[in-house]
Design a protein around this ligand. Sequence first.
Ligand code: AHR
Length: 531
Amino acid sequence: MLKFKIMKGHFRVMLLLPFVPFLFMQGYSQTRGISKNKIIINADMGRNIISKDIYGQFAEDLGHCIYGGIWVGPDSPIPNTRGIRNDVLQALQALNIPVLRWPGGCFADTYHWKDGIGKPSKRPSIININWGGVTEDNSFGTHEFMDLCTQLGCDAYITGNLGSGTVREMAEWIEYLTSDAKSPMTELRKKNGREHPWKVKFWGLGNESWGCGGNMTPEYYADVMRRYATYCKNFGENKLVKIASGPSDEDYNWTETLMRNPKNRWMMQGLSLHYYTLMDDWGHKGSATDFGEKEWFKTLKATLKMNEIISRHSTIMDKYDPEKRIGLYVDEWGDWFNVEPGTNPGFLYQQNTLRDAVVAAINLNIFNNHCDRVKMANIAQMVNVLQAMILTKGDQMVRTPSYYVYKMYKVHQNATLLPLHITCENYSYGNEKVPSISASASMDSTGMIHISIVNLNPNKAVDVICEIRGLRISDVNGEILTSENINDFNHLGQEEKVLPRKFNEATLKEGVLHIMVPSKSVIMLQLKKRS
Ligand code: AHR
């Protein structure tokens, strides 16, 4: 038996002999066999910039995202800077957040901004009709949001109320925020303690206008959108990027209707897209923590659909806007599971496991690879809601696995996308399969290359050969995010266990990168160009 095996091995070597010079040429001589998994990166063919805004966040006035999670008020015993809690702020600062969307979401089309300015004790309250029916005191309003953006060092993306607010209300909000001229609005701002106008970069023309934002048809919305957009003026140096409320999921008719009419195209610089990852459907969202491989697979399969959805909406946009003037703004996306048992169903508070980290990494790779059209993405939501970066309870705070993906991936912000081609084995579950590898690559302004790779397979490490064409590499370093179990998460009040660690399984041999990507992991490699 042994003899036969040796002979069989010998025979294989003989068969490979004619190819040996070729294998050496390709730098394959040192591999552990020829891998089925290969990534080819054309490092000299980068054309498009990965907008930093793809790494944006979304903070809605919902549950404990703002109240309790970010805003505790200046008199709170929780250490804060002008009412914004310091622990959360510090953690978020490490992500280099480029842009923050507020106040909603569905909340935006019920929000009347004048209720959120002036002395906090004098502000009228509001019933949050979409989220739990709770009464809020409006202590977090325009000034507090703009201060949060300043403290985070990010751009503001404000969604105006097009559903239940007036054109005048929206126009006056912009004037209050951004004008330097003498007017009742600017006088009011000054009276409320802000002398100079703020810079507001992004302006949303309603939210989900096909649903909670007014239940409109695309034709009707287009007319209303143009009317509101007409009065959203640029004051002084401030130039608004106006984003129309776009489709959800596979509603290609919405995109077609908005894009077809040149008058619509003229009024907007962006079209939003919402796609949430649901394990099954809205009736069967599943637990965020109590799941097995079946639910892991279904979630990853559902999240991969983002690629198809973006491609199809982009195809429609390309037809009417081939020069890609209008960006696709994926301003809501992420995992949506059942709320944690015992919490208010309207507060959308869910745990965040290694599965969420893998979902975040796959989607960020998709957005990077579509950066010619996708100009912004905002994960839902920043704190305590849906796929959050941070979870809090009283004065405690924990960073989620998704947080760490954002920390690892921030190197892609404003870098040049490097086109890549992946050939890989499938990860199968039952009769279904998905590719086991997701990846994207970029080169930053210093010439450093970053490659992010995800192994979707929870059972098997994947041996990947990565060929970098067009330049020579001298050095490789890496970080990995993984954990023992697919549903591991970081517990409040305990040492965090799902967090990035040094990754040593990437080696450079004769110009080719060999990477053993562990099961269920996200890795980020940093490669130095040879000078
Ligand atoms: O992110 C939660 C909600 O999901 C938003 O308010 C709404 O726009 C979407 O339906």
